[in-house]
Design a binder for this molecule. Structure first.
Ligand SMILES: [Zn+2]
Ligand SMILES: [Zn+2]
Length: 271
């Protein structure tokens, strides 16, 4: 059984439930550890149209509410943040990561330059397969930089770029050289002590595949990369979503332990 769900959002960004409601769902699922990882406020010039309000203004309330649950016993609460990796804004990211006493920071690679990789507006608009392949390659080069930045403890949904184009992504992954780029990112994780997130969010999509795909899991296991489990829940129904399937998936590559982080230090949990 997976004991920790490390990736969860609330109504403060674009989730549907409050901190208290999400915690209650985690308790009902029988988790031992529950990590809140709300989105980071975006720097000037970037926007997410899905956010309900002004995240920069509301974020301190998130910190306060999660911190207020720190004494709760079952599950224990961890304070995290999913930090948008925007390398042109290094001082901004550093300042955010240092401003509050996070147990851990998840690196979210949602932008490639100014391209929002998850937005349906950016896919199927006449771009060629070659352009898509260039995006995939750029995505893994950026992931390597993100992992080596020292800002992150966990690399979120490590093939999120497939979300709007799973066939193209899998075709690219099968091409010579692609896995070499993935290997660079995984080697960085292994060397820097950054965990690879294994996420059930992909199981809620039409393609019904966890993040990351099997070829990436296989390579991660070979390189000894540690893993962290997350549901990327945006509602109470998503908390610990499909965790039995996710555990079986990770076990099929030889994993038997995941990591969680407290005060930025990893600890292992069996599953
Ligand atoms: Zn994300
Ligand atoms: Zn997320």
């Amino acid at each position: 059984m997976i004991l920790a769900d490390m990736h969860n959002h609330t109504i403060i960004s674009h989730g549907e439930a409050t901190v208290a409601q999400m915690y209650e769902a985690a308790r009902a699922r029988g988790l031992s550890w529950y990590g809140f990882s709300e989105h980071s406020p975006l720097p000037p010039g970037y926007a997410c149209p899905l956010y309900h309000g002004d995240l920069a203004e509301d974020f301190p309330r998130y910190i306060e509410e999660v911190s207020g649950l720190k004494d709760a016993a079952s599950p224990r609460v961890l304070l995290g943040m999913e930090l948008d990796w925007i390398p042109s804004r290094m001082p901004y990211m550093r300042e955010l990561a240092a401003r509050w006493p996070f147990d851990y920071v998840i690196g979210g690679l949602h932008f490639l330059g100014s391209l929002a990789v998850g937005s349906p507006k950016n896919w199927g608009r006449g771009e060629s397969e070659e352009e898509r392949r260039a995006r995939f390659a750029a995505y893994y080069r950026e992931m390597t930089r993100m992992v080596r930045s020292g800002l992150m403890n966990i690399a979120a949904h490590p093939d999120f770029i497939k979300v709007r184009c799973p066939e193209s992504f899998h075709a690219w992954l099968d091409m010579p050289g692609s896995l070499e780029l993935v290997r660079e990112a995984l080697r960085a994780m292994s060397e820097c002590g950054v965990a690879l997130e294994v996420s059930s969010a992909g199981l809620r999509k039409d393609f019904a595949e966890p993040y990351p795909a099997p070829a990436i899991m296989r390579m991660a296991a070979e390189l000894g990369v540690s893993i962290s489990f997350g549901s990327d829940a945006h509602s109470t129904a998503d908390v610990a979503f499909a965790f039995e399937r996710l555990a079986a998936y990770a076990r099929s590559f030889g994993y038997s332990h995941s990591v969680a982080f407290q005060a930025r230090q990893p600890f292992t949990l069996p599953f």
